[in-house]
Design a protein around this ligand. Structure first.
Ligand SMILES: [Fe+2]
Length: 328
């Protein structure tokens, strides 16, 4: 199985496992089906140069079945059991649970499932691994406490790749649709600068046929949100993060935003390991392939690029908490 950073075999302080969980069984809990449609970054208006160093040229897929009926039932039950741990994610989302894979073994095993990872890799057309930072695994969004608040504001993700899955039955939820913008991040920023959000005719709200259906998302490149509910009801979605295994690609991460969201005793170590993995991969490439040269500047540039992720992490951690980014 593809791994970036192995899932820790100890829990962070204060985290305990849920009791009496079913064992994750891919035979019984998964029902992986291929999406009918794949949308490319070029369809959103991104140019070749913007696509070249990104994880994949794929933007997103149409909804596809990921969990079986039984799997979807366990998923909902697990999300309900984790609800007491919900907290705000900065000013963007009112109620989320992160780090659920340190509390639920079933959720951890789903998030790390090699079957699911292989399925997503086929959709993206690249080698991927479950995200190196477990805080980005099986992130749960819950409905806000008031109809006036969107579930999640227009944004792009702080990580490269993920799937977004309906946990509650979409047929039982009024409003709260997942939507993405048929445009680029630059266009979303221009709209936001004018006080606008993506126009209706450039939004896509895919139909999820039931709980356990998901879309694959190049979350760092596709501007998206979950809209307002029109009636108060239970509405839960799950987002599972992935990284491209090729560390020469752009990191497509904005981990500094997590300083306002995640507990320090979990975040710092996860973040450091992720950056260390990225830089280790780049340094190894230098070890393997750097050729004799008198071009000192080129060698310095290679070394700087190899340690860029570690350097950025040090800078971000030193600077401390910043407001988290969104387009509203
Ligand atoms: Fe998102």
């Amino acid at each position: 199985m593809s791994t970036a950073v192995p899932f820790p075999n100890v829990q962070p302080p204060g985290y305990t496992w849920l009791e009496n969980e079913p064992l994750f069984d891919p035979e019984r809990h998964l029902q992986l089906e291929a999406p009918e449609e794949i949308i490319m970054l070029s369809d959103l208006g991104y140019g070749e140069e913007q696509i070249a160093d990104k994880a994949t040229p794929v933007a997103c897929s149409s909804p596809f079945r990921l969990l079986s009926e039984e799997g979807a039932e366990v998923m909902l039950e697990t999300a309900r059991r984790l609800r007491p741990f919900a907290t705000p994610a900065g000013e963007r989302i009112e109620r989320v649970v992160r780090g659920g894979t340190y509390r639920s073994r079933w959720l951890r095993d789903l998030a790390l499932s090699s079957d699911v990872t292989a399925h997503l890799a086929t959709i993206y057309g690249i080698d991927i691994a479950p995200h190196a930072m477990p805080l980005h695994l099986a992130h749960l969004n819950y409905e806000p406490s008031s109809l006036a608040n969107s579930i999640d504001k227009w944004h792009h993700d702080t990580l490269p790749l993920d799937f977004v899955m309906a946990v509650t039955d979409p047929a039982l939820v009024s409003g709260g649709r997942f939507e993405y913008f048929l445009g680029t991040k630059d266009e979303a920023a221009e709209l936001a600068a004018r006080g606008e959000t993506p126009p209706e005719d450039r939004r896509v709200a895919p139909d999820f046929d039931g709980p356990g259906y998901a879309i694959a998302l190049h979350g760092n490149m596709v501007v998206h949100r979950a809209g307002e509910l029109t009636e108060m009801c239970e509405r839960i979605s799950m987002v599972n993060g992935y990284v491209a295994l090729d560390t020469s690609l752009n990191t497509q991460s904005r981990s500094r935003d997590l300083l306002a969201v995640d507990p320090p005793e979990v975040l710092y170590a996860e973040w450091a390991k992720y950056s260390a993995w990225r830089s280790a991969g780049r340094l190894q490439r230098l070890v393997d392939s750097l050729e004799f040269t008198s071009d000192k500047d080129a060698v310095i540039a290679e070394l700087q690029s190899a340690i860029a992720d570690v350097q950025e992490t040090i800078d971000d951690m030193t600077q401390g908490e910043q407001p988290i980014h969104h387009y509203e």
